[in-house]
Write a protein that binds this ligand. Sequence first.
Ligand SMILES: *[C@@H]1O[C@H](CO)[C@@H](O)[C@H](O)[C@H]1NC(C)=O
Ligand SMILES: *[C@@H]1O[C@H](CO)[C@@H](O)[C@H](O)[C@H]1NC(C)=O
Ligand SMILES: *[C@@H]1O[C@H](CO)[C@@H](O)[C@H](O)[C@H]1NC(C)=O
Ligand SMILES: *[C@@H]1O[C@H](CO)[C@@H](O)[C@H](O)[C@H]1NC(C)=O
Ligand SMILES: *[C@@H]1O[C@H](CO)[C@@H](O)[C@H](O)[C@H]1NC(C)=O
Ligand SMILES: [Mg+2]
Length: 578
Amino acid sequence: MDSRRIRKQQPSPVSNHDSESEALCRAESEEKPSLVFQRPAVILATFILMLLPFIIVLSNRSPSLEFFCKAGRVEGTGGFEAKAKQGSNITEGNFPRKNITKDILLGGLLVPGFDEGSCLSRYQSVLYRKESPHLPSPHLLERLRKQEALQKKCGPDTELYRRAIEQLKSGNSAENLECNYVVVLSYSGLGNRMLTLTSAFLYALLTNRVLLIDRGAHISQLFCEPFPNTTWFLPSDFPIDHVSSMYKDDPRSYGKMLKDKVIGHEVNGATNGSQLPPYVYLHLSHDYGDFDKLFYCEDDQRLLQMVPWLLLRSNQYFVPTLFLIPEYEQELSRLFPKKDTVFHHLGRYLFHPTNPVWGLIGRSYRAYLAKADETVGIQIRIFDKKNTLFQHVLDQILTCSLEEKVLPNISLQEPVASSADAKSKVVLVTSLDSAYFERIRNMYWEHPTATGEIIGVYQPSHEGFEQTGKDMHEMKAWAEIYLLSLTDTLVSSSWSTFGYVARGLGGFKPWIVAFKTSNQMANPRCRRAMSMDPCFHFPPFLDCKARARSSVDQGALFPYLRHCEDSGGLKLVDPAEQ
Ligand SMILES: *[C@@H]1O[C@H](CO)[C@@H](O)[C@H](O)[C@H]1NC(C)=O
Ligand SMILES: *[C@@H]1O[C@H](CO)[C@@H](O)[C@H](O)[C@H]1NC(C)=O
Ligand SMILES: *[C@@H]1O[C@H](CO)[C@@H](O)[C@H](O)[C@H]1NC(C)=O
Ligand SMILES: *[C@@H]1O[C@H](CO)[C@@H](O)[C@H](O)[C@H]1NC(C)=O
Ligand SMILES: *[C@@H]1O[C@H](CO)[C@@H](O)[C@H](O)[C@H]1NC(C)=O
Ligand SMILES: [Mg+2]
């Protein structure tokens, strides 16, 4: 990794990044900030050491498919599911009309009453995706309905929104407003944006704020509106005009104000509501500083509750650390009795492909995936292309897939006659370039499999070489993530947020493959994910009482928090499955 990548991530109007790294980032819409840049090598080494016993435990276990987990499963999901299960007819283009008696409202996550035609995917995901074994808790459903009401009551084009904007212009915050807001100033690649939006949405639920999104996030081509009869887009006449260039040194940055002692963190005589500005910028990206990280402390949360407008920029899945804030812990446990389902539920609630993207998904699905007895996703993401060898990546992917019996080996003997009822497997490959796809396809074309299975290999796009404008490019990337989430088994690349989103939406634990670079140690070739939930790559390791870095291992504090399989970050797991 080089410094250009890091520089590129800053939404600075000065755009001096080179076209290659731009193309690379746009191509897979994903960035991996440099570890070396963020932490001293010593800390990295410590992480690896801390991980060691864990890795050994993992590799000694036989891989288990505890997919249909029982722990935390909640029965009874309110009235919506019952209504949906009465059966409704779903039609789309030339898709055969069939009676869908499946749960189109996903256990009550979704509400009926949206215009179906404007967003076909919302009620049609059951056409392609298996029913999830994980039901949302009744408390989550109740809170989602409350949030929908809040979004409608306080959203753009309401009297309450106008009042909140007036107050923002006036510069005071003291007056107690009915509506408070968190505005996501999103940037970086698609996977990171989806993880950030989900985290910000959960934060909005926990703090009774309206979630709005800066239009600079460019997501209207990708996702339908998730909240009924309102919009989640920040109106273009929002009075703070430099939102797109706000960064960590902004005078209204919370960390900067703490550092410069413009405000204190405690709610007392020294800092009370009347002295707080009406808006605060929260810098929660991978490159945040020690003062920015204090956002995750309870005192600071109490203070921020008095600020009506929070503008938040991140490229991280910061959900795991919200579980460490005492104030939210209990509510989070009620919302998610099974803690590793946060992204699974919120992601399926928020992210509905727009009709053009749904078309891409449907055509791919019907042409390639629908007919297979079994589907396998192979998601290849190389972050350091210069220092990672093609053959090494291919070897790692294939050896993992063969050893873990995701794919059958080929036979070099006489052709094995495939019987007419031979099982078929379709492999969906996603990667920047098509060379991996070609090698895997040829392998199964030129040789029979040892098991007699028929293997088809398919790659929807390889945008590393062809760019047809950012919008179409991102639509294809989103379609690929969604298709990966529909597969039966996934082999994904370590560190990839694309892989995280796919496994979270699909609700499964993929195999994670690591690649060695010329300046990085080899990791174990292939590991089963501990849980479906995404990884928070750069959590703050904080001691809130001391307001300093902590030496306590947060991955060992609670049974439901672990260091990620593929980084020293943190992720939520289900203790019953470990
Ligand atoms: C589904 O379609 C069938 C045949 O077109 C129709 O008879 C039935 O009433 C429809 N059911 C619903 C719930 O719309
Ligand atoms: C749909 O289901 C209903 C009741 O189960 C049945 O009468 C009807 O024929 C079905 N329609 C189609 C198109 O399969
Ligand atoms: C949105 O508003 C329309 C018109 O008032 C209503 O019919 C519909 O049910 C509402 N949708 C939802 C999901 O509340
Ligand atoms: C807040 O600060 C203002 C100005 O310093 C002061 O007048 C007011 O009494 C304080 N309010 C509380 C609740 O401490
Ligand atoms: C797959 O088959 C090839 C050729 O028969 C063999 O060399 C290789 O070791 C096998 N790989 C695995 C993982 O079984
Ligand atoms: Mg990404």
